[in-house]
Design a binder for this molecule. Structure first.
Ligand code: KIV
Ligand code: NA
Length: 264
């Protein structure tokens, strides 16, 4: 398989080839995911919940993300790797530049930031200095306390219009990829069509240019509760390699996410 770069991701959008993305936090899973053809590995700050056991992502530090990025890079030397910038590590462009440095040096190919308009100068500053940026709009978990819970975003016409405008602004500022989390499928479709950069969805329907899941949700590890937008591929297949291969093939074929995993 060809090595994934920002140029390859861009070409995949143009050709209508779905992009598969999955969180990874250690070398062993990173290697297995890369071997099964996952296009992009994300060191998500979801690790605060699934690895560290917190109830949200706010306690995660840049050092935590750098540690796991090094592990993922060691396990998957050729993978396209995105590292999340944690809560308040990019509150100003200066902080963003300072904190993106150890993540890129740990082996990331790109960093991901949550938010809209306030990030425009930051995205410009990072990309001008050689740090590729992935945006993240919709349910941005670092703002869970502002939202009053993990809730679907962009449900009113005004909020939907504002999100389309913000997505375009992130692209204009230099973002090369955008994650849209937990938004109604019609809004995800509007944004995917409006943008020239690839849009990766989670809880956004099968209309985006690609999909991302938290590996613990895909494998049914997160006990008790499985988010509506996720699917337990391990229960369906019985072994981890087949679970990942099935996720990849269902995303590529547009089978996942189905209607029951999406918000209308
Ligand atoms: O932290 C994470 O895992 C993420 C994905 C859910 C997009 O940001
Ligand atoms: Na995240």
């Amino acid at each position: 398989m060809a090595k994934i770069t920002t140029a390859v991701l861009q070409k995949m959008k143009q050709q209508g080839d779905k992009i598969t993305m999955l969180t990874a936090y250690d070398a062993s899973f990173a290697k297995l995911f890369a071997e099964q053809g996952v296009d992009v590995l994300l060191i998500g700050d979801s690790l605060g919940m699934v690895l560290q056991g917190h109830s949200d992502t706010l306690p995660v530090t840049t050092a935590d993300i750098a540690y796991h990025t090094r592990a993922v890079r060691a396990g998957a030397p050729d993978a396209f790797v995105i590292a999340d910038m944690p809560f308040m590590s990019y509150a100003t462009p200066e902080q963003a530049m300072q904190n993106a440095t150890p993540l890129m040096q740990a082996g990331a190919n790109m960093v991901k930031l949550e938010g809209g308009d306030f990030l425009l100068p930051t995205i410009k500053a990072l990309t001008e200095r050689g740090v590729p940026v992935c945006g993240h709009l919709g349910l941005t978990p670092q703002s869970v306390h502002l939202f009053g819970g993990f809730k679907v975003q962009g449900k009113t016409a005004e909020k939907a219009d504002a999100m389309v405008r913000q997505a375009l602004a992130l692209q204009e500022a230099g973002a090369q990829l955008l994650v849209m989390e937990c938004i109604p499928q019609p809004l995800a479709e509007r944004i995917t069509q409006a943008l020239t950069i690839p849009v990766i969805g989670i809880g956004a329907g099968n209309v985006t240019d690609g999909q991302v899941l938290v590996m613990h949700d895909l494998l049914g590890i997160s006990s008790g509760y499985i988010p509506k937008f996720s699917k337990n591929y391990l229960a369906q297949t019985g072994d981890i390699r087949s679970a990942i291969a099935t996720y990849v093939s269902e995303v590529k074929a547009g089978i996942f996410p189905a209607k029951e995993h999406s918000f209308q």
